[in-house]
Design a protein around this ligand. Structure first.
Ligand SMILES: Cc1cc2nc3c(=O)[nH]c(=O)nc-3n(C[C@H](O)[C@H](O)[C@H](O)COP(=O)(O)OP(=O)(O)OC[C@H]3O[C@@H](n4cnc5c(N)ncnc54)[C@H](O)[C@@H]3O)c2cc1C
Length: 211
C-alpha cells in the first residue's frame, strides 16, 4: 500500500511549529521539512512532548500510562513436542510462542519468542539495555521451569525492550483531527493494545478528515 508513497525512515522528529499555515518539522538529524498537513502516530508520551500546545482536546491532558514489554528470542535444540504456544499465569513470563509453528521458515532447531508480563517489564525496562543478559536469563529460566521442557543449551538469544509498548485503557476518542491546523493524531493506544486498535484509530481519523 505504501509502494508509491515517499517514505523517510530512521528520522526522529524533535520539534514542530505551525508557521504561515504550514507545519515546520525539525528532525534530530538536523533536517527541516515543511508540510501542509501533519498526522502524528507515535506513543502518547512522545506525542505529548511534540504537540501538547497545539492539541485542544482534553485527551492530551489524560494520564495515560503506557506499559513496557521485554521480549527474548531464543534458539534451542529441537524437542519433539507438538506445541505452538503457551500462555502463562505468572508474574514474570506472559507467554511463549514457537516461531517454527507459524511455518514462515524451516529450521532444524526450535525458535521461541518469550514475552514478559507488563508488570515485570515496567520495573525492569529503564535498565534493560545494561541488564540484557541478566533479564534474558530470568525469562529463559522461567520458560523452562513453567513449561517443564528440559533445560538445554541456548544456541542464540536476542533481547529487545519496548518502554511504551501498549495501553490497555480505552480513551473516549478514537483519533484527533483539527481542521484549522490540519493536524491529526491516530495510534493504537486510543483504542487498545493490539494492531487492530491501530487500524480502528486510523480509520476513524480518515473519516474525520473526509467529513
Ligand atoms: C513486543 C510487542 C508484541 C506485539 N505483539 C502483537 C501481536 O501479536 N498482535 C497484535 O495484534 N499486536 C501486537 N502488538 C501491538 C502492535 O505492534 C501495535 O498495536 C501496533 O504496532 C501499533 O501501531 P501504531 O502505528 O499505532 O504504533 P507503532 O507501531 O508503535 O508506531 C509508532 C512509530 O512512531 C515512531 N516514533 C515515535 N516517536 C517518534 C518521533 N519523535 N519521530 C519519529 N518517529 C517516532 C516509533 O519509532 C514507531 O515506529 C505488539 C506490540 C509489541 C511491543
Amino acid at each position: 500500500m505504501i509502494r508509491n508513497i515517499k517514505c523517510n525512515f530512521q528520522s526522529e522528529l524533535g520539534k514542530i511549529q505551525f508557521i504561515n499555515n504550514k507545519w515546520k518539522l525539525y528532525f534530530k538529524n538536523n533536517q527541516i521539512k515543511y508540510y501542509d498537513k501533519l498526522i502524528l502516530t507515535c506513543p502518547f508520551p512522545q506525542l505529548k512532548k511534540l504537540s501538547k500546545k497545539f492539541i485542544e482536546d482534553p485527551f492530551i491532558k489524560e494520564k495515560i500510562k503506557m506499559d513496557a514489554n521485554i521480549t527474548v528470542m531464543i534458539e534451542i535444540k529441537k524437542i519433539n513436542k507438538n506445541i505452538s504456544s503457551y500462555l502463562f499465569d505468572d508474574k514474570i513470563l506472559g507467554w511463549a510462542a514457537k516461531e517454527n509453528s507459524k511455518k514462515r521458515f524451516k529450521s532444524n532447531n526450535d525458535l521461541w519468542t518469550l514475552q514478559s508480563t507488563n508488570l515485570w517489564a515496567n520495573k525492569k525496562i529503564n535498565k534493560n539495555r545494561e541488564n540484557k543478559a541478566k533479564n534474558s536469563k530470568i525469562l529463559v529460566d522461567r520458560f523452562f521451569k513453567l513449561t517443564g521442557i528440559k533445560k538445554t543449551k541456548i544456541l542464540t538469544s536476542l533481547n529487545h525492550g519496548w518502554k511504551y509498548s501498549s495501553n490497555s485503557r480505552t480513551l473516549k476518542v478514537k483519533s484527533y483531527w483539527n481542521t484549522k491546523l490540519n493536524l491529526g493524531v491516530c495510534a493504537d493506544w486510543f483504542v487498545g493494545p493490539r494492531v487492530e486498535a491501530g487500524w480502528i484509530s486510523a480509520n476513524d481519523l480518515y473519516k474525520k478528515i473526509n467529513k
